[in-house]
Design a protein around this ligand. Structure first.
Ligand code: S3P
Length: 450
């Protein structure tokens, strides 16, 4: 929820070796989808391992507002009694999606082909993010939208009375846009076709298939062509949510840069559309191994073991890998500052429209800690001077962005002097246990600035 709360400054001091087992939280992308598809199925879906971060809790509350029964059984175990495709009720109140772009965009898609109205809002970060990328394709189904200038929230959607199926090429690499169109297609008659030029995370396609939707994926000259047959009866599922690679990235990267560290991060989802960071780290020379590879609930999973890696080298991260690690560039730039030489991250324009402008937020904060960073509209490059070379002593702005806050706290663990963030509050959106988990491994994070 986006009630304004006092900022929580946090300071991370240089620490000794990190060691132990890091039990990181459930996958945020999969958690949102499990709740939304559970609400659109007819009957009882059981979910274990759900991420209970603020973003996902906001989506659970929204699904209740649309008429589903959503029950928290404790310890990540949830039940959703869904209303079926086309069964959404009109919410009585404004839907507050807090900080979550994924939540609001997927829910807009899910309601866009039902003849109901809903008004969406969020926090200052979400209300400044572009929504036209979703509302433009939803208009093709017959959905009307009334928002602030520039397609910003708060915004009211009036779902289509007589939805038409759509054929849509997603103009930017965005799983949120792709998923919004697919979820809208569920309640449109006939076939909805979504084409993406670059593959993005495919959790929606995998989960739609599991819920019994007719969905086909073909790679051809146009790109990845996804064809969904509308108005299926979705069958309720039992879903075990794997742990989030985007959250695992923080203890993994911390272990790579803090001298003497050896950390095991078990049960991490390694869907190839998400695992680009780990390939990149290994190319840089990280001592990062996959143990106990297995398949859980249709997603590849492994235990990750990360050890201090003093000889990492800067590399050029291939732009075509960007979609598979889009949320991991902030923490990669922290590792890059501790590697030897330049790390060039190109083809990352989407970073400018995340919870914050992540290129700018990282460049400014890294410079405040003594790191040389160059940037352009869709790229940034970090000059690394090797393990332990970062001066630190910066107070970095987190801009209501959980991943920016966690990245700078990891930077402080391996710097010469402590690093502060002005507000660690947003960490609760995706990784509520971050402070305690990192402290359990040996990190020193305290409230207040340096
Ligand atoms: C997400 C897609 C990505 C990612 C976000 C989660 C999803 O955003 O950055 O954190 O769950 O579909 P885009 O779709 O805007 O690329």
């Amino acid at each position: 929820m986006s009630a304004s709360v006092a900022p929580i400054p946090l300071t991370s001091a240089p620490c000794g070796p990190l060691s132990g087992v890091a039990e990181t939280p459930g996958d945020k992308s999969i958690s949102h989808r499990a709740l939304i598809l559970g609400a659109m199925a007819l009957g009882e879906t059981r979910i274990t391992g759900l991420l209970e971060g603020e973003d996902v809790v906001d989506t659970a509350r929204a699904m209740r507002a649309f008429g589903a029964e959503v029950i928290d059984n404790g310890s990540g175990d949830w039940t959703v009694r869904g209303v079926g495709v086309g069964g959404f009720a009109e919410p009585e109140q404004v839907i507050d999606c807090g900080n979550s772009g994924t939540g609001v965009r997927l829910i807009m898609g899910a309601m866009a082909t039902s003849p109901i109205a809903a008004t969406f809002t969020g926090d200052a970060s979400l209300n400044s993010r572009p929504m036209a990328r979703v509302t433009d394709p939803l208009a093709l189904f017959g959905c009307q939208t009334f928002g602030r200038a520039g397609g910003r929230l708060p915004m009211t959607l009036l779902g289509a009375q007589d939805p038409l199926p759509v054929r849509y090429t997603v103009p930017m690499p965005s799983a949120q846009v792709k998923s919004a169109v697919l979820l809208a297609g569920l309640n449109a008659p006939g076939q909805t076709v979504v084409i993406e030029r670059e593959a993005t995370r495919d959790h929606t396609e995998r989960m739609l298939l599991a819920f019994g939707a007719e969905i086909a994926v073909e790679d051809n000259d146009e790109g990845r062509v996804i064809t969904l047959t509308g108005q299926p009866e979705l069958r309720p599922q039992t879903i075990a949510v794997p742990r989030d690679p985007s959250s695992a990235a923080f203890p993994v990267c911390a272990a790579l840069i803090v001298p003497g560290s050896d950390v095991l991060v078990p049960g991490i989802g390694l869907n190839p559309t998400r695992a680009g960071l780990f390939d990149t780290l290994r190319e840089m020379g990280a001592d990062l191994t996959y143990e106990n590879m297995r398949n859980e609930g249709g997603e590849p999973v492994a235990d990750l073991r990360a050890r201090f890696s003093p000889d990492m080298k800067g590399i050029v991260v291939p732009p075509e890998r960007a979609a598979s690690m889009i949320d991991e560039y902030p923490i990669l730039s922290v590792v890059a500052a501790n590697a030897q030489g330049q790390t060039m991250m190109a083809g990352v324009a989407e970073l400018r429209v995340k919870e914050s402008d992540r290129i700018d937020a990282m460049a400014v904060g890294l410079r405040a800690c003594g790191v040389t960073v160059e940037e352009g509209e869709d790229w940034f490059a970090v000059e690394g001077n090797g393990a332990g070379s970062v001066a630190g002593a910066g107070v970095c702005a987190s801009h209501l962005d959980h991943r920016i806050a966690m990245s700078f706290l990891v930077l402080g663990m391996a710097a010469k002097q402590a690093v502060s963030v002005d507000d660690g509050g947003p960490i609760a959106t995706s990784f509520p246990s971050f402070e305690t988990l990192m402290a359990g491994l040996g990190a020193t994070i305290r409230r207040g600035d340096c």
